[in-house]
Structures are given as structure tokens and as C-alpha cells.
Design a binder for this molecule. Sequence first.
Ligand code: PEP
Length: 254
Amino acid sequence: MRSKFIAGNWKMHTAAATARQLASSVVRGLGAEGRVKVAVCPPFPYLALVGDVLRGSPVALGAQNLYPEKEGAFTGEVSPAMLVDVNCKYVILGHSERRHKPELAESDALINRKIHAALAAGLHAILCLGETLEERQSGRTEAVLLAQLAASLAGVDAPRMARVVLAYEPVWAIGTGHSATPDQAQQVHAFLRQWVRETFGEETAAALPIQDGGSVNPDNAAALLRQPDVDGALVGGASLNADQFLAIVRVALP
Ligand code: PEP
């Protein structure tokens, strides 16, 4: 049985004091509850201080990005080893904001390099995938997801795939208040799992956590998480409020 996995993507929000408060509230609210996996992903400057707050708790630390080199002259970038050094377990890769903001425009090829770098460093990668509204409306959802999957995961073997989490985040659902319906989410998650089954085998597919993302909140989480292939949520806006985030976590309890 896959346990549910709820991760909070704080994006470019919080300051040192509010990051500490938010992390403390999540730790306090979760207590020793271990039946749901929980992670928070603060901005780079607050990783270490949030890591201190999380120490000894079941809440894991994640980053929102990395640069796919070990070290060197890459001004402004952060290596996988640095994330490991501050006790990150997870890193979010391929987020649609990084794929689609024109000045970032991350390609599947770059995301693939990041996936390999993350896994080689021992991190777990949360790989975000999703179609735009135009792609969905023109019936290209599966083709887009297939292309993202194949390119982002090229060269990854089954043992390393065990440290990959998929996050289905339709671009039209992120920050819009319009989450995917439970049926839409289930259909896509089953499709993603089938691809993983065909590519990596049944064991890997059965163990793979597939999160749903895009406007997940305490009101819509229950119906989404009830779907057999929805194994959790990657939460943006609602993760900035400890009560809301913890309410989503509670909904995910078995
Ligand atoms: C996200 O960007 O990962 C996300 C899911 O955002 P939101 O929940 O705010 O739509």
C-alpha cells in the first residue's frame, strides 16, 4: 500500500520569521503522526533554518530547484550536494512556473539533467508534469504528458525511479482556484502509472507516489485523494497557511 504524501511548495513566499513560524506550526500540528508523509519546500535562503525547526519531526525538507552540476563557476546556483548538506530529502523539479515563465523556459532536456543530478546525490525528485489549457482543449493532454515523461526521465533506471515522485499539475489549475476534477485527476494519474508500468515494470509502478497539484485546498482534497491513483498532493497557496495545510494532511489520513 502506498502511503499518501502531502508536500507544501512555498514558492517565493515567507521571510525568515514567517518561515520559522509556519514550519513550527506544521510540526506542532502533525505531532508524531506518521501515517501520511509530509514535506515542506521553503525558498533556498530558509532551508537551513526550516531544517532546524523540522529536526526530530516526521516533516521532511524539500527544495524547489537545483542546478545539475556538482560544483563550480555557476554564479547564483545551488548544487544537489548543498541541498543534501542542509538535510533536504526532496527537490521539486520541472515545475510549470519554471517550464513556462519565458525568462526561465526550462526544457525537458534541462529537467532531465536535474533529475539525474538529484538522484545521483541521493535526493528524491518530485517531478512536475502537466498540460496547458490549450493543450487540454485540443485533445493533446496525453501526448504532452508522454513527451514530458519520456524526456524528463530518459536514462533513469528502475532502482533510481524508486526515488521519483510524480506530481500531476495541470497548468490551468495552478493558482487559479480551479483544481482538476477527481475524474480528470484519476484519468491522468492512471495514464501516468501505466506508462511507468510499461517502462519500469509493475513493482516500480505499484510503489510510485503520484501527487495531484493545482489549487488543492481543504475543501477539494478529500474527493481528489479518494481516487485510487491519487497518492497525495503538491500544495502551493494553501501550504502557506498551517491550518489549511494540516487540514489537507488530515484528509489524507488512512
Ligand atoms: C504549485 O504551484 O505547485 C501549486 C500546486 O500551486 P497552487 O496550489 O497554489 O495552485
